[in-house]
Design a protein around this ligand. Sequence first.
Ligand code: ZN
Length: 89
Amino acid sequence: MSDYPAQRGQAVAATKRRDKVTETNPQTLEERKALAAELGQIRNEDLYAGSPMYYYCRVCGLESDRLPEDWWKTRPKKICGACAEEGLE
Ligand SMILES: [Zn+2]
């Protein structure tokens, strides 16, 4: 049998773990980069159909946006709130 379901389960668990952490993004860019490296990024293709799409900050790598699967109606943010506040791009 394929390990497909296990892989999806891990991806879903990872999104739940991320939710706790990214509620309070670290203040400094270095801390955000370190956290981003620790968490890794969600592979949208590993999630269940209908799952939101995850987008990542191009400066620090943390989650910048999460949109419904019909994301094409909206443009995802390219940088996270913390980096935007600091004027980084
Ligand atoms: Zn950022």
